[in-house]
Design a protein around this ligand. Structure first.
Ligand code: HEC
Ligand code: HEC
Length: 232
């Protein structure tokens, strides 16, 4: 039986095209075939596709503060797409979401490109889950030190990530979710970028809580947040 591995990276081109390059590596075939697919995202169709996602990630894409469902709003399109493909192909273990992102349920690449484009239009939660240590605490400062020494180089000084490099934005993500993902990476339950996995593995559980506390308290730019209701 031929088993196929698809590695995909995507980028949004200036004209709004969503580009997916997929690398198919088949066990029996020594060479790697590269395929580039281009999609023009349809946000209206994406909104329709999103209905199924909303049952877990909520209609506003904010997930929940207890960290079971991540906030999707504000995440880079490249990262959303990579995570969707990783979950769909089983490279990232997510049994609850898995059935909803199979081709027979969610559809092909076009629908994935569309739903990612729709999520990209959603403003972020003004009240995401934060860690418990205030700025004046020792734990906050230790988290800040770990962040600046070991995470900033990839995730950016405000943990804004990098769309072109496929590095997730961490800013605005729920504290409990960040901790849970780091623990999963440390325990080898979630595969991640090898360099990042080794950095996380070198932290103990207290250091993970502290660095995520710091990240969860980085201010999200106001223009990315859902405007607070103003009384008329
Ligand atoms: C049955 C619930 C469920 C449904 C339906 C669902 N998801 Fe998820 N999704 C999850 C859970 C749970 C996680 C976090 C998994 C983990 O802890 O690793 C997740 C993670 C993700 C992530 C990774 C986020 C990150 O930053 O790591 C993306 C992207 C995502 N979902 C998109 C979608 C989209 C798009 C849809 C609809 C097509 C969808 N999900 C439908 C439960 C669901
Ligand atoms: C070498 C670059 C690199 C370094 C250093 C790095 N990361 Fe990452 N990080 C990544 C990449 C790439 C991903 C996406 C991995 C994937 O596709 O699953 C990621 C993913 C994550 C995620 C999961 C986000 C999500 O939405 O699911 C968290 C949390 C995270 N990093 C935290 C950290 C912290 C905290 C540090 C410092 C202790 C750190 N990273 C250091 C590159 C890096």
């Amino acid at each position: 039986m031929i088993s196929t591995v698809i590695r995909a990276s995507i980028s949004i081109l200036a004209g709004g095209l969503l580009l997916v390059s997929a690398v198919y590596a088949e066990h029996q075939v020594p060479e790697t075939i590269s395929v580039t697919l281009q999609f023009k995202p349809d946000v209206i169709n994406g909104q329709r596709v999103y209905a199924v996602c909303a049952s877990c990630h909520l209609p506003d894409g904010w997930g929940n503060n207890d960290g079971v469902y991540p906030q999707l709003a504000g995440q880079h399109a490249t990262v959303l797409m990579k995570q969707l493909l990783d979950i769909r192909e089983g490279r990232r273990d997510n049994p609850s979401m898995f059935p909803f992102v199979q081709e027979r349920t969610v559809g092909g690449y076009q629908n994935l490109a569309d739903v990612v484009a729709y999520i990209s239009t959603l403003p972020m939660s003004p009240n995401h889950g934060k860690g418990k240590w205030a700025k004046s605490s020792r734990e906050y400062k230790q988290g800040e030190r770990v962040f600046k020494d070991t995470c900033l180089a990839c995730h950016g000084d405000q943990s804004q990530g990098n769309s072109d490099a496929g590095i997730p934005r961490l800013q605005g993500q729920h504290y409990a979710y960040l901790v849970q993902q780091a623990r999963a990476i440390k325990n080898h339950q979630r595969k991640a970028d090898p360099e990042m996995a080794s950095v996380i593995s070198n932290l103990d559980f207290d250091e993970i809580d502290q660095v995520m506390n710091y990240i969860s308290r980085i201010r999200v730019p106001r223009s990315d947040l859902e405007p607070k209701e103003v009384a008329l």
